[in-house]
Design a protein around this ligand. Structure first.
Ligand SMILES: C[S@@+](CC[C@H](N)C(=O)[O-])C[C@H]1O[C@@H](n2cnc3c(N)ncnc32)[C@H](O)[C@@H]1O
Length: 254
């Protein structure tokens, strides 16, 4: 029997859905969906471990968890959203750590690629998956709410290794701001700028990472409190090539 998520995605007709959300590049999005469906959905968890090692994975999880638990503290009943959550390998680990301290926090996972979300759903974790695009989270939520009780606004948002797949990263910051409650926080982890052009073909990447100062600049357009720093000691490694990782944290004070 198909699950509610499978039935909702079957009815969705992705290309029209992306157009309804105002995506100016539905063809690129469709290519990304194809890449993640055919190359990553079944083995993303192992891919993440191969990039960072177990120690690196734990450091990413600990970084996000620490920032989520930092002041302003999440209240009981807070809602947290992972954007571009993929198969939820990191989402589930982060959700478990937070839930151990704050059991009433609810977790949601949005992604472009249904196949990635099906893998997440199979984990039977306490995370609600829905399809959407990072450049229009509000619109994605409105669509998803026709099928699932997703909150309109979130106390915190995080994202790992999604931004370099976005065709319009600057829109992602605006979209995150629109999704956050007042004093809500956002945490974004991605690769620093690198020179491995072949990552575009091999991994479906759109950007060869980002300069931390460019991330700071994009974030400052929408957030007054912005901190961007490299995470020391971990790199994204693939076949002898290695890219540093940054973490950006922002707070919505308006
Ligand atoms: C490299 S994977 C990262 C997945 C997960 N966050 C992790 O760290 O393992 C990138 C994910 O972002 C999703 N994605 C790419 N572009 C997106 C967009 N514009 N909006 C939402 N999700 C997107 C892809 O479908 C894919 O699941």
């Amino acid at each position: 029997m198909s699950t509610k998520l499978e039935r909702y995605i079957k009815d969705l007709q992705l290309k029209q859905f992306f157009k309804r959300l105002g995506a100016s590049n539905p063809e690129i999005l469709a290519k990304e969906v194809e890449h993640f469906t055919t190359k990553e959905a079944k083995k993303r968890d192992k891919i993440v471990v191969s990039y960072f090692g177990r120690t690196g994975v734990n450091r990413i999880v600990n970084n996000v968890t620490k920032l989520l638990l930092a002041p302003p503290r999440l209240l009981a009943g807070a809602n947290v959203l992972d954007i571009g959550a993929g198969t939820g390998f990191l989402t589930v680990k982060i959700a478990k750590k937070i839930s151990a301290k704050l059991p009433e926090v609810s977790f949601y996972a949005m992604d472009l690629t249904p196949a990635m979300l099906f893998s997440l759903e199979k984990k039977n974790a306490d995370v609600v998956p829905f399809v959407g695009i990072a450049e229009n989270i509000e619109g994605s939520i409105k669509e998803a709410r026709k099928h699932f009780p997703i909150p309109y606004k979130f106390d915190a948002v995080f994202s790992t290794l999604m931004l370099h797949h976005s065709t319009h990263p600057e829109k992602v910051f605006k979209s995150i701001k629109a999704t956050l409650k007042k004093n809500g926080k956002a945490i974004l982890i991605d690769m620093c700028e690198h020179t491995f052009e072949e990552f575009k073909m091999e991994m479906g990447d759109v950007h060869l990472g980002f300069k931390p100062e460019n991330i700071r600049e994009m974030a400052r357009q929408h957030f007054s409190e912005v901190k961007v720093e490299k995470i020391p000691g971990i790199c994204c490694k693939s076949s002898g090539r290695s890219a540093e990782i940054f973490v950006a944290s922002m707070r919505n004070d308006s």
